[in-house]
Design a protein around this ligand. Structure first.
Ligand SMILES: [Zn+2]
Length: 470
């Protein structure tokens, strides 16, 4: 039974979609004004891994994720680069596509942009005004949080504390226009020169940030969706306000399961503008790294936990992945008996691992435990290769599991070359020849020398195999 942790209830709940076998899922995407940083990538990778698992479990997933292509950040970046808002959005939407592609994040079923839904957003706001849930001040429209019951149900804040905090900001920007300090903008008047404004019954303006996600959910997925996902920092105010808007609009539950991913820390510090430690995927991928290794690094930590990124930790994770590549490649090269039956022993051991893998992932997508199962599988494969000659059926089964499970983590190319130094390659070849010539003294000597370089060499019925020293 699949269970997921719902931020709304603060509990792991049994997961059942509204329509059996079909899941509607929405992930808040990035504002396209810059290259995405490792925190944005983490969110994309975490929910892509979850989506891949759900699909592997037999669900079809209608996966919508947006681009926010308007707002102050886009405007400011346009001024900096001498581009229009649209040009900024196009440039960085394309960059997102490239980075996400390198990380093997599957394209969303639909990738809407906020500016494509302007009329729908205006209609949405008008209905909230008609229902007396929102009010107009000058050219702005605000949502009346007091009129929405249980406004802080998702963020689990106390309403009076929230108001105190908001009151502390009185005098800033538009706070003095609001009826209540906790109210938020649905629409803002816009009259700056050179800045895009859209027509509305309240004058030219721009939508508030939260509005687009409510409207795109409604237009693309329906009144009630199964999974709404995003970074934990979006819980308040963004998702709190989405929920208030959508449930006021439809008078129905908006989201059945709220899933939030944890932060990424860089060198054990929170990533922040002031520390200047933002790591962009664009920069990282310029370096000589395996994009698949970065994907694996981001996917293997449980999605709700914080990830600690550092170059060392990434390298360590890469070394682990290299072991899996090598296991797969050894399996591919192994000479097998031409028997298509699977050996009962192999069948039963793989069966146990199957159960363990599903149990891990069904427990709120516990990727850390699932990775342990993948390494258990690799250990089993290496042991079998050293001890027995596999049947063709065994090899097919073992390869299939390694491919399938790593595939859920977004690691699909297992033919990836693992680099040996020229010296190591030379010594391996010399040792192979020494054994062929039954020169065991030379072969032992070469084994010791290889061990000194970090390679453990073993001999099996299929010849010598090697792996990096643990
Ligand atoms: Zn959103």
């Amino acid at each position: 039974m699949l269970r997921v942790y719902n931020t709304y209830s603060l509990e792991k709940e049994p997961f059942t979609p509204q329509v059996p076998g079909e899941i509607t899922m929405y992930l808040c995407g990035p504002t396209v004004y810059n290259y995405i940083h490792i925190g944005n990538a983490r969110s994309a990778v975490a929910f892509d891994t979850i989506r891949r698992y759900l699909e592997w479990r037999g669900f079809t997933v209608n996966f919508v994720s947006n681009f926010t292509d308007l707002g102050d950040k886009v405007i400011a970046q346009g001024e900096k680069e001498g581009l229009t808002e649209e040009e900024v959005a196009d440039k960085y939407a394309a960059a997102f596509g490239e980075d996400a592609g390198q990380l093997n994040v599957k394209p969303a079923t639909t990738r809407p942009r906020a500016t494509e839904y302007m009329e729908e957003m205006v209609d949405f706001v008008q209905k909230l005004i008609d229902q007396d849930q929102a009010y107009v001040v000058g050219g702005d429209v605000y949502f009346s949080t007091k009129k929405f019951p249980n406004y802080t149900a998702l963020s689990h804040q106390k309403m009076d504390e929230l108001e105190e905090n908001a009151a502390g900001r009185l005098g800033e920007e538009d706070q003095d226009q609001k009826q209540d300090p906790a109210d938020f903008a649905l629409w803002k008047a816009e009259d700056r020169e050179g800045v895009t404004a859209w027509p509305s019954p309240w004058g030219p303006g721009r939508p508030g940030w939260h509005l687009e996600c409510s409207v795109m959910n409604d237009q693309l997925l329906g009144e009630t969706i199964d999974i709404h996902a995003g970074g934990i920092d979006l819980t308040f105010p963004h998702h709190t306000n989405e929920l208030a808007q959508s449930e006021s609009y439809h008078h129905k539950q908006f989201v059945r399961y709220w899933l939030h991913n944890g932060f990424v820390n860089v060198n054990d510090e929170k990533m922040s503008k002031s520390l200047g430690n933002f790591v962009t995927i664009h920069d990282l991928l310029q370096e000589d790294i395996d994009p698949q290794g970065l994907r694996f690094f981001l996917a293997k930590t449980n999605y709700r936990r914080a990830i600690s990124y550092s170059a060392d930790r990434l390298a360590q994770s890469q070394a682990e992945l290299d072991k899996l590549y090598r296991t797969y490649q050894a399996l591919e090269k192994a000479q097998v008996q031409l028997v298509k039956e699977v050996t009962p022993e192999v069948q039963s051991q793989v069966g146990e691992l199957d159960q363990a893998f599903v149990a891990a992932m069904d427990d709120d997508f516990n990727t850390e435990n699932a990775v342990t199962v993948i390494f258990d599988l690799a250990t089993l494969i290496n042991r079998l290769l050293a001890e027995t000659q596999l049947t063709r059926g065994d090899a097919v089964l073992l390869k299939n599991r390694l491919q399938t499970w790593l595939g859920i983590f977004g690691v699909e190319n297992l033919e990836q070359e693992v680099e040996l130094t020229p010296d190591q390659e030379k010594m391996l070849e010399e040792r192979r020849l020494a054994r062929e010539n039954k020169d065991f003294a030379a072969s032992d000597d070469l084994r010791d020398r290889l061990l000194a370089t970090g390679l453990v060499v073993r001999d099996s019925s299929q010849g010598q195999t090697w792996e990096m020293k643990k």
